[in-house]
Write a protein that binds this ligand. Structure first.
Ligand SMILES: [Zn+2]
Length: 390
């Protein structure tokens, strides 16, 4: 008798999972259709008009699929953000997903090649938003009980640093027991992201003195020479063991071959794995001093996203996802990555954050950006089952 009761419990658990998975498998084409329409609404971060049109599509889709209203968080410069609330009560889970992309309108086209679907922002991260939406849809349609309210925040400016949405993300995260980020999974392995580097950016501006390169060479102060010396100083701050990288990504200056250059500038990218390194290296860069006599130097910028350091609670959250994955017959790894996301903000204020729960594919920010179509239902099922467990 005891054995049969236990068996019954196990059986019913498995049945719930199968229901979610098979529901999503049956609706694979609907998910795909929603995603294609979503990707067609191009949404380059800098184009408020287009991003807002895309947001309108998204709000209508939530209404149609989940019968849920939305709260519009209006912005003047960037696109408006959208907040959806599913369920009620106090304890809440926060899902974050950005619907802006790095792609200018018309830059990439939507096309299908076998199991791959290519398009602007399809992997980063419109696919993840659609999967999460369908995960909730499956839970609703199957009448499965959620333990917590879900707040689904869709922001419009992640690809340009989330300057406008950061405060709303932090505000909702403070009220949440966990944050799930539907950013793409690690390419190739499908791994979740439990740690991300912090990111910083800086502009180095240098003024020297112009002079005729032939007649008055000695009177000039060469801004390019100064910048070249500063580039060496900056690049040498890289320390792979500590996870710190400094990359001088652009270098411009001068006005003509026969003129001692008066002005030069560089744009610099910083990645750090710890708060300590963030402070140390940021301090050095902001306090660069001129090397040549007579040079004026100005540094602007700083840390944009703090490092997402894996906490004990994040480890538990990952282990929960991993055990669900194995129940679903999937293998799930975790990884630490160099790129930042809005998960960095929520982890930095101490809320357990699991990132990379979105689509599987390759080529974020690259021309070959695509998702693997056949993974849509299984990743959505993983997401749904995680929501049910939390
Ligand atoms: Zn992204």
């Amino acid at each position: 008798m005891y054995r049969s009761v236990l068996g019954g419990i196990i059986l019913s658990k498995l049945l719930i999972k199968n229901d979610v998975s098979s529901y999503l498998e049956v609706h694979k084409q609907d998910m795909l259709d929603d995603l294609i329409e979503f990707v067609k609404k191009e949404s380059p971060s800098y184009n408020k008009e287009l991003v807002d049109e895309c947001g309108t599509y998204l709000s209508q889709l939530f209404q149609k699929r989940l019968d849920v209203g939305y709260e519009l968080i209006e912005e003047k410069k960037v696109g408006n953000h959208l907040k959806f609330t599913i369920g009620e009560g106090k304890p809440q889970i926060l899902i974050i997903g950005h619907f802006d992309t790095v792609w200018k309108e018309g830059r990439l086209s939507l096309r299908k090649e076998g199991n791959k679907l290519y398009g602007p922002g399809i992997l980063d991260m419109k696919g993840g938003i659609i999967q999460s939406l369908w995960a909730i849809k499956a839970i609703q349609e199957l009448n499965l009980p959620l333990n917590k309210k879900i707040v689904f925040l869709c922001n419009s400016d992640e690809e340009i640093g989330s300057g406008a949405s950061k405060k709303y993300i932090e505000e909702e995260a403070q009220k949440s027991d966990a944050v799930l980020v539907a950013e793409p999974a690690v390419a190739g392995s499908g791994a979740l992201k439990t740690a991300r580097k912090g990111t910083g950016s800086f502009v180095i501006k240098i003024w020297g003195r112009a002079a005729h390169a032939g007649n008055h060479h000695e009177e000039g102060i060469n801004a390019i020479e100064e910048l070249a010396r500063q580039v060496i100083v900056l690049q040498e701050l890289t320390n792979y063991e500590k996870g710190t990288t400094v990359n001088v990504g652009t270098f411009t200056g001068g006005s003509g071959r026969n003129v001692v250059p008066e002005y030069a500038e560089a744009h610099v990218d910083l990645r750090v794995s710890t708060e300590e390194e963030a402070r140390r290296v940021t301090d050095i860069i902001l306090n660069l001093k001129p090397i040549l006599k007579g040079i004026n130097l100005e540094v602007t910028g700083g840390l944009n996203r703090p490092p997402m350091v894996k906490s004990e609670q994040t480890r538990e959250l990952f282990e929960c996802a991993q055990s669900i994955a194995s129940e679903l017959g999937m293998k799930l790894e975790e990884a630490s990555v160099g790129g930042g996301s809005d998960g960095n903000f929520t982890a930095a204020i101490g809320v357990p954050t699991l990132d990379g729960l979105g689509s599987c594919g390759k080529g974020i920010h690259a021309e070959y950006e695509h998702i693997q179509i056949d993974t849509l239902p299984e990743r959505a099922s993983l997401f749904a089952n995680l929501l049910l467990r939390l």
